[in-house]
Design a protein around this ligand. Structure first.
Ligand code: NDP
Length: 599
């Protein structure tokens, strides 16, 4: 693009191409997009990392705080509650240890795609630093466990335990938390840290139940079958024909390992991901030496401001994420960018986006040798229509003679047979079929959580949220006192999820400490505060709906139906996550607890 902000390409032609690619994906055949992982499909979510047959006696004791979920959300809640002196804290977790998404997702090549110095929480508190700019799964899982040890969260933890329901007992203002282990634990406060993307989904492909070969979902990788471990070495695939369905952020990371070991790998693609360079590197010892106290929060804030479209003098992280925003923002902040109309701002951002995507597309052409494969791997949509991916080995994998890309032209796989996968009218026989098909987003909260809550006066959360979610600050929902929702509902959107969780955990710990200090036994949002908050969240929906309507379907736009229902986590604060975190800070500093009722 020139300094005059005129494109070096045909803008209208690109817009038309984007629309055409989106339209290919919009389905009118009535086939359900995804299959619920339940009933006959439940085996896809069994825990492969624990020995079967674990038993323990049911619990019926009382705790001060019960946290559902032992990922970074639960761990941060536990850590921050510890810091403010809350006594008995119990994390209930369905897996066999802490780690959450990093406990489950042990597929080969699993790696954080946000810089590890800002992604891994509590680095200063634990006095540690990741070994690479983008740490790999085992190190992240070990860090989660280290947090558990550091804050004494193992003492009361209940692993391999699924919460089945919660009920508010008005008489003594306690939650009764029931589980599949027969527990009936009494809790003063409960924290819902059950994860935004925790329920795996299978594709709604006809015949998916008929496949007689070996199959699994990436979030329950079967190393007994493939051999190797998270670092790779999948030697048992040497004589296997492997098929993988999905080319999202997970597939991008595991496909290079499959390509290196499988006799034959067939990648079934519906929509290509946008894959830019990663440039991972070991942590420089000099970097560690120059870090001053408070560096991690400052670095997280710096990144978050930049990826929220804000200004920072320096870009501390300096990676693919901040690069995209630097380019987009330069278009509206550079020379001559004064008094721009909203239309001109939108036009310039769109042009900058297209220029960046052109660069991503041309990079594919320079790496992938077969022109037809390179063409099929090119993403035709705006940068933030889907999660941007960064990887240095994904694209070269398609230069291997044993790897084939089957591009389904946005239609997806046609059907699955007993012995293989049918796409584009041809059957591809496979011994092993791997579903890299992601996680439920936008389904009912209770379905994803796996339990319902019964609040004051017998009100069920499923009933209250039957049409739309409703919270104050994304934390509280009236009728469900002392219950705090975490991880994204009607709060702030940021790609660095642990940052958002950390801000939430600090805030909730402050509220709980206040209640305990003043002898309050009940915390609840006022009706007016909740109503105003929901109105605020909805006020921003129009803008994002307009953008997402132009996008190819994904969980970002409610699979092509933006603006319908709750979509992505019930909406987000219209001014962005940095504004929301500032609001939390101001709200705490004011010490007035506006919007909350204590009893
Ligand atoms: P996604 O939902 O992003 O991807 C699912 C994939 O399955 C898509 O490529 C989708 O195609 C494909 N698919 C679904 N149904 C069909 C079908 N019927 N036929 C063909 N293809 C189909 O899941 P992921 O597990 O990849 O990622 C989920 C999220 O997890 C990411 O967005 C990211 O937020 C997070 N993540 C983060 C990582 C990190 O490093 N921090 C690493 C991995 C994941 P289509 O695109 O057409 O819908």
């Amino acid at each position: 693009m020139s300094a005059t902000h005129e494109p070096a390409f045909d803008l209208e032609a690109l817009r038309a191409r984007y629309r055409a690619e989106r339209d290919k994906r919009l389905r009118a055949d009535g086939i359900a997009q995804y299959r619920e992982v339940a009933g006959d499909f439940a085996r896809y979510v069994e825990d492969p990392y624990v020995e079967p047959g674990f038993t323990r006696a049911p619990l019926s004791d009382e705790v001060d705080a019960l946290i559902i979920g032992g990922g970074f959300g639960g761990l941060l809640a536990g850590a921050r509650l510890r810091e403010v002196g809350v006594g008995k804290i119990r994390i209930v977790e369905s897996g066999g240890d802490f780690g959450g998404t990093w406990y489950w997702n042990r597929y080969p090549g699993a790696q954080c795609d946000i810089e590890s110095y800002i992604y891994l929480p509590l680095l200063e508190e634990l006095g540690t630093l990741p070994s690479e700019k983008y740490a790999h799964g085992p190190e992240i899982l070990a860090h989660a466990q280290a947090i558990g040890r550091h804050y004494g969260l193992y003492d009361e933890a209940c692993f391999q335990t699924k919460v089945t329901g919660l009920e508010w007992n008005e008489a003594d203002r306690r939650w009764i938390v029931r589980s599949d282990r027969g527990d009936a634990i009494r809790a003063r406060f409960v924290f819902m840290a059950n994860g935004p993307l925790s329920r795996p989904k299978l594709p709604g492909i006809p015949g998916v139940e008929r496949f007689e070969g070996h199959s699994f979902h990436t979030s329950r990788w079967d190393y007994a079958y493939t051999g190797g471990d998270t670092t790779g070495g999948l030697h048992r695939l040497a004589d296997k024909r492997v098929g993988i369905i999905g080319t999202g952020a997970t597939a991008i990371q595991c496909i290079p390992h499959l390509g290196a070991f499988a006799k034959r790998l067939t990648v079934f693609q519906r929509t290509p991901s946008s894959v830019d360079a990663r440039h991972n590197r070991p942590t420089d010892p000099e970097f560690a030496k120059q870090l001053a106290p408070g560096w991690q929060q400052a670095r997280m804030d710096n990144f978050n401001t930049l990826v929220g479209g804000g200004y920072q003098e320096v870009d501390l992280v300096g990676d693919g994420w901040t690069d995209v925003f630097r380019i987009l923002m330069a278009a509206v902040r550079g020379e001559g960018a004064v008094d721009l109309s909203p239309e001109e701002i939108a036009r310039r951002v769109e042009l900058a986006d297209m220029t960046k995507m052109e660069a991503i597309r041309s990079r594919i052409g320079s790496i992938v040798e077969d022109p037809a494969t390179a063409e099929a791997l090119k993403p035709w949509y705006r940068q933030f229509c889907k999660r941007p991916c960064f990887h240095d080995e994904y694209l070269p994998t398609f230069n291997r003679p044993n790897v084939e890309l089957v591009d389904t032209q946005g239609r997806g796989v046609e059907r699955i047979t007993k012995t293989g996968v049918v796409a584009e009218g041809r059957e591809y026989p496979v011994d092993c079929l791997i579903f890299a098909t992601g996680f439920e987003v936008g389904t009912r909260y209770q379905r994803r959580a796996g339990y319902d809550l019964v609040g004051r006066g017998g009100l069920a959360l499923s009933q209250k949220w039957k049409d739309r979610m409703s919270t104050f600050q994304g934390f509280y929902s009236r009728g469900f006192p002392n219950c705090f929702f975490m991880l994204g509902l009607q709060s702030g959107l940021t790609p660095n999820i642990p940052h958002a969780i950390n801000e939430q955990a600090k805030h909730l710990a402050f509220v709980v400490a206040h209640a305990l200090r003043h002898g309050h036994t009940q915390i609840e949002a006022s009706e007016a505060a909740e109503r105003d908050w929901v109105a605020l969240i909805r006020s921003g929906e129009g803008r994002s709906t307009e953008f997402f309507e132009t996008c190819t379907p994904s969980y970002y736009n409610n699979e092509g139906k933006p603006g319908e229902g709750d979509g992505w986590f019930g909406g987000f604060h219209p001014d962005g996550s940095e504004a929301l975190f500032r609001l939390y800070r101001e709200w705490r500093a004011a010490g007035r607890f506006d919007g909350l009722e204590f009893a």
